[in-house]
Design a protein. Structure first.
Length: 298
C-alpha cells in the first residue's frame, strides 16, 4: 500500500516554499551509522532501472525503505553506471522534483543525487536536506554557489570524469593515498570558494574510475580516509566489484548479502553513512555492529 504523502505548500513572496521545516541531516552523530536508502527514478540504472519511474511506485518504494529503517532517501534522476549517457536537466527535474516535494512535505529527510547545480537548487527549494554530487562539484562549476546559497550538507565524491569515459582514468600509484589527497584538495577548493567545512561529507567513489582491486583497497584502508576529519559516506551496494565475488549469472539483487557485510564493516571503521538498496538487511547488520561496538542494544 502506498504511504500517503500529502503535498502542502504556501506562497511567500511569489515563491513556493515548504509548509513544514526541512528535515535536518545530522553530521555530528558518529555513534550510529546512518542509512541512505537508494531511490532511482531512472529507466537505466544498473540495478533497478525502470522500476520506480512512476510516482506511485517511487513513493511506495520510499515508504518501504523508511519502514525498514532508512534515515534518509537518496533520490536520483540520472544513472551514473559505467557508460551511461547524460540526461538533460529538464528531464532530471521532471523525474525527481515531485518525489522530493512529496517526501519532504511528509517530514522525511531527502538527499538529491545530482551533478547539476540547477537541479540541486530546485531540489533544495522543494525541501531536499542534502546534496549528493558524484562529481564533488566538478561537473558543474555553479554547484559550489548553490551549496553556499542553500546551506545544505554536500557530499564530495572522488571523481575523475563522467561515466562514459571514467574507466580510462583508473590509474593510480597508491590508490588510497591518491584518493585521499584528491578528496582533501577538492574539499579545500570548496572551502576557499566559501563552502562551510562543517557541511562537507566525503565519499571515496567506489566504482568510479576504479578497478575492483582499487575498491577493495579503499575499503580495507577506510580509516585513512576517515582521518581527514570529515564525515564519510560509503556506497558499495550491489556494485560490480561485489558481484565478482559471486557465481556467474547472479543478478544485482543477489549481491545484497555481501553488500550488507561491506556496510557493517564500513560502519565499524568510522563511516558516517552507507548508501544501500536493501535497507532491511543493512539495518539489522548495523544494529548488530552497534551492539557489538557499544556493548548495548539501546
Amino acid at each position: 500500500m502506498v504511504q500517503s504523502f500529502t503535498v502542502r505548500q504556501r506562497q511567500r513572496g511569489g515563491r513556493t516554499t515548504p509548509a513544514v521545516p526541512v528535515p535536518k541531516v545530522h553530521l555530528d552523530d558518529l555513534n550510529r551509522t546512518q542509512i541512505m536508502g537508494i531511490l532511482n527514478v531512472t529507466p537505466d540504472s544498473f540495478s533497478d532501472g525502470g522500476r520506480f519511474e512512476e510516482i506511485e511506485a517511487a513513493l511506495s518504494h520510499a515508504s518501504a525503505l523508511l519502514r525498514h529503517g532508512a534515515d534518509m532517501i537518496d533520490v536520483g534522476g540520472e544513472s551514473t553506471r559505467p557508460g551511461a549517457a547524460r540526461v538533460p536537466v529538464a528531464e532530471e527535474l521532471r523525474r525527481v522534483l515531485p518525489i522530493i516535494r512529496e517526501l519532504a512535505q511528509a517530514g522525511i529527510a531527502v538527499s538529491v543525487d545530482t551533478m547539476n547545480a540547477a537541479t540541486a537548487a530546485a531540489a533544495a527549494e522543494a525541501g531536499a536536506a542534502l546534496i549528493n554530487d558524484v562529481s564533488g562539484g566538478l561537473a558543474d562549476p555553479d554547484m559550489a554557489r548553490v551549496v553556499m546559497d542553500t546551506g545544505l550538507p554536500f557530499v564530495v565524491m572522488h571523481w575523475r570524469g563522467h561515466s562514459s569515459g571514467m574507466n580510462a582514468a583508473a590509474l593510480y600509484g597508491d590508490v588510497v593515498f591518491d584518493v585521499r589527497r584528491e578528496l582533501e584538495q577538492r574539499a579545500a577548493e570548496l572551502i576557499v570558494r566559501g563552502v562551510d567545512p562543517a557541511k562537507l561529507i566525503l565519499d571515496p567513489g567506489l566504482g568510479f574510475a576504479k578497478t575492483s582491486e582499487h575498491n577493495w583497497q579503499l575499503l580495507g584502508r577506510l580509516e585513512e580516509l576517515a582521518s581527514l576529519g570529515l564525515p564519510l559516506l560509503v556506497g558499495a551496494s550491489r556494485k560490480r566489484f561485489i558481484g565478482e565475488l559471486l557465481p556467474a549469472g547472479v543478478p544485482p539483487e543477489g549481491r545484497d548479502f555481501p553488500s550488507t557485510i561491506v556496510a557493517a564493516l564500513a560502519s565499524s571503521r568510522g563511516a558516517w553513512a552507507v548508501r544501500v538498496h536493501n535497507v532491511a538487511e543493512t539495518r539489522a547488520a548495523l544494529d548488530v555492529s552497534d551492539a557489538w561496538r557499544w556493548g548495548s542494544n539501546a
